[in-house]
Design a protein around this ligand. Structure first.
Ligand code: ACO
Length: 310
């Protein structure tokens, strides 16, 4: 029976069809998906903090409305992804618990501070731009609920990226101080955005297996290169510099050459020692604790409604 289930799984993967929650799947496939999807969901939720920092200080009512909507979208993505992860048989509370006790991670990028208003634009342009490059191929991921969740998430990320670009475009054409602020934000977010794609292929623990299972469609380095190629063109339109003197077109490779991010720094940040890790986790822990009475009240209300219906 086990052999039959395994070959059925292999056949679905080979035919490029979707694995659905009730299909048999190897335990390691399920575990990898829970790890990646939970990490992705946690990233969306923690990712609300750096930009949330600017909601009360946005420079106009319309910028404030846009930013509020964007941060709400991120909450939505997180909840959507937790729901998708639950189809693998884990409970959302278990995932929250594993984030809080440090057994599950969230993206390194959200451990950097948002020092000026231009950081909101740089996050939209670079961080959401990198997220799209990473996530569009996940729409073709072999696990059905993850792939389907990614379609809507990517549409919204694409809007987020454009708003970031547009905000920086305005700053880059503003006063000298505004232009300088935009350039400074790009200088600080460029390398952390490159690092978001994960360690180089040679050091990536999961890439090979995840690519065989068609969870990942491209390696970390392939996606990083795609992001660089796309972003150089956009920087030209913005009129801002990317902070890499080695950045140049390589006609032989058909790609831009670029300086790699500091992967030791990435690993330090992933392990909890980035500029804002402690603050992000403290805020999250407080939010879970402060919201406990709301969850309890909602559950008690749902129970009462069931009793009334019974
Ligand atoms: N931040 C935190 N941890 C990371 C990062 C990162 N940027 N990159 C890699 N890691 C971790 C991996 O989780 C893995 O940890 P583990 O071995 O303890 O389980 C380890 O570093 C080695 O990396 P890989 O083997 O390359 O891991 P993987 O195959 O999972 O690839 C990647 C990493 C590309 C981030 C993948 O998990 C992915 O595509 N995730 C979905 C997208 C996502 O989570 N985006 C997050 C935020 S984007 C946004 O919200 C705007």
């Amino acid at each position: 029976r086990r052999d039959a289930e395994e070959s059925e799984f292999e056949a679905i993967i080979a035919a490029d069809k979707k694995i659905e929650p009730r299909d048999a799947m190897p335990e390691a496939y399920r575990k990898t998906l829970i790890r990646q999807m939970a990490q992705h969901a946690h990233s969306e939720i923690i990712g609300m903090q750096p930009e949330g920092n600017w909601i009360s200080r946005a420079p106009s009512l319309s910028r404030k409305a846009i930013l509020l909507a964007k941060v709400q979208d991120e909450a939505g993505h997180g909840l959507y992804l937790y729901a998708a992860a639950e189809t693998l048989g884990v409970d959302r509370d278990e995932l929250y618990e594993q984030l809080l006790n440090g057994r599950q991670k969230y993206s390194s990028i959200f451990n950097y501070p948002t020092l000026t208003w231009a950081d909101v634009g740089a996050i939209g342009w670079l961080v959401d731009g990198a997220a799209i490059v990473n996530q569009v191929p996940l729409c073709r991921c072999s696990y059905g609920p993850y792939a389907r969740a990614m379609i809507r998430v990517c549409k919204e990320e694409s809007f987020h990226q454009r708003q970031g670009f547009q905000s920086l475009y305005v700053l880059a054409r503003g006063t000298a101080a505004q232009r300088e602020m935009a350039q400074d934000a790009v200088n600080r977010w460029w390398y952390p955005s490159l690092a978001m794609f994960g360690p180089p292929d040679a050091d990536s623990t999961h890439s090979q297996q995840s690519m065989e299972w068609k969870i990942k469609r491209y390696s970390n380095d392939e996606l990083r290169q795609r992001f660089v190629d796309m972003t150089v063109q956009q920087a030209g339109v913005l009129g801002l510099e990317l902070p890499d003197p080695e950045l140049r077109w390589n006609a032989e490779r058909g790609h831009y050459d670029y300086t790699q991010p500091d992967y030791d720094e990435l690993m330090r940040v992933v392990k909890g020692d980035g500029p804002c890790n402690r603050q992000r986790m403290a805020n999250r822990t407080a939010a879970v604790r402060d919201g406990e009475w709301v969850r309890k009240a909602a559950a008690a209300y749902a129970r009462k409604q069931q009793e009334v219906a019974a």
